[in-house]
Ligand binder design. Structure first.
Ligand code: SF4
Ligand code: SF4
Length: 320
């Protein structure tokens, strides 16, 4: 069998998804047997012009991690889409917006103001902000445009497969590699993870208990056998797709939701709010207010990974 041509790219990302690929350890040699890597900016010195010179659809598979928040990232996503037969949203940022999409709670102008003017480490008396074009004696210096909103990969180009996780687990990456090796990828549009919720896969004891207090993780050492949510810790299991191997739960840490919504759920945050509200036990308005206030940073908690793909999408512009 001819070797596959594989590309890996990172857009608005932390690098964790690329490191996760290396975390498959010696199995990376199987990947090397299976595929020639034709583009991987974090690891190998390919240039954009090398990819631009490739014929369309000459890359078999592109694993694209990171969200889209600049004109450069959009340009490369579109270029890789044209060059690739199969485009994979790899990791929570590419699939749902991920941590970078928490910036959707603010705006480009507010980010610029904070980063370049207000941050205490700045010395910028003229309040100079980065420009997309700056004229200097030698010509024009250009920078990519920072967008107002962080987008998922599928909001910019068509995508065949979704591999969730922050980052995807080694088991899931090996499943993808195996499916490529045996030409047994599922039908396009599939998410390569479980079809169930994490709660469906979790074997902790569930007692259908109501909760009357929400704890932050540093306030409580939970019982390692009982459901974390029923102990008052905000566990995202009821609104999160399974398939991660219960990595957080098995070390007594609540799920944070990085596998995104399960099949059939559009808005992970809204689903979670509903699930938690259904087990709240509060007898009057004061108790309800106290419990609501115990959820520190509700937007960032319920939409930690899914802001771009949620129904909210981002902060609404203020009406004037
Ligand atoms: S999904 Fe997680 S590990 Fe991957 S780039 Fe985003 S923040 Fe980093
Ligand atoms: S809420 Fe969390 S701890 Fe409880 S069953 Fe679901 S995944 Fe397990």
């Amino acid at each position: 069998m001819a070797k596959l041509k594989l590309a890996l790219y990172w857009a608005a990302a932390c690098g964790g998804c690329d490191v996760a690929v290396l975390d498959i350890n010696d199995k990376i040699l199987d990947v090397a047997k299976l595929a020639d890597i034709v583009f991987w900016p974090i690891a190998l010195d390919f240039k954009y012009k090398d990819v631009e010179a490739m014929p369309d659809k000459s890359i078999d598979v592109c694993l694209f991690n990171g969200a889209i928040r600049s004109s450069e990232q959009e340009h490369i996503a579109k270029m890789l889409r044209n060059k690739s037969k199969v485009m994979v949203s790899f990791g929570a940022c590419a699939c749902f917006g991920g941590i970078p999409a928490l910036a959707n709670f603010t705006s480009r102008a507010e980010i610029m103001q904070r980063a370049y003017v207000e941050a205490p480490s700045n010395e910028n008396p003229n309040k100079t902000l980065p420009q997309t074009v700056t004229k200097v004696a030698e010509g024009d210096l250009t920078l990519p445009k920072l967008y107002d909103n962080v987008l998922t990969l599928a909001q910019v180009v068509p995508v065949e497969y979704f591999v969730p996780g922050c980052p995807p687990t080694v088991t899931i990456i090996l499943k993808v590699v195996d499916a490529l090796a045996t030409n047994s990828l599922p039908p396009p549009g599939a998410t390569i993870a479980s079809a169930k919720t994490l709660c469906d896969e979790c074997d902790r004891k569930k007692e259908n208990k109501k909760i009357s207090k929400i704890y932050r993780t540093h306030e409580l050492i939970p019982d390692s056998q009982r459901c974390l949510l029923e102990q008052g810790l905000l566990c995202m299991g009821p609104a999160t797709r399974g398939g991660c191997g219960l990595q957080c739960i098995s070390v007594n840490v609540p799920c944070r939701g990085c596998f995104g919504p399960p099949a059939g759920v559009i808005d992970q945050g809204a689903k979670l709010v509903g699930a938690i509200a259904s087990i709240y036990e509060a007898n009057n308005d004061d108790e309800i207010a106290r419990m609501v206030n115990e959820v520190v940073d509700p937007a960032g908690t319920f939409y930690r990974f899914g802001m771009s793909s949620s129904l909210l999408r981002g902060k609404r512009p203020q009406r004037t």
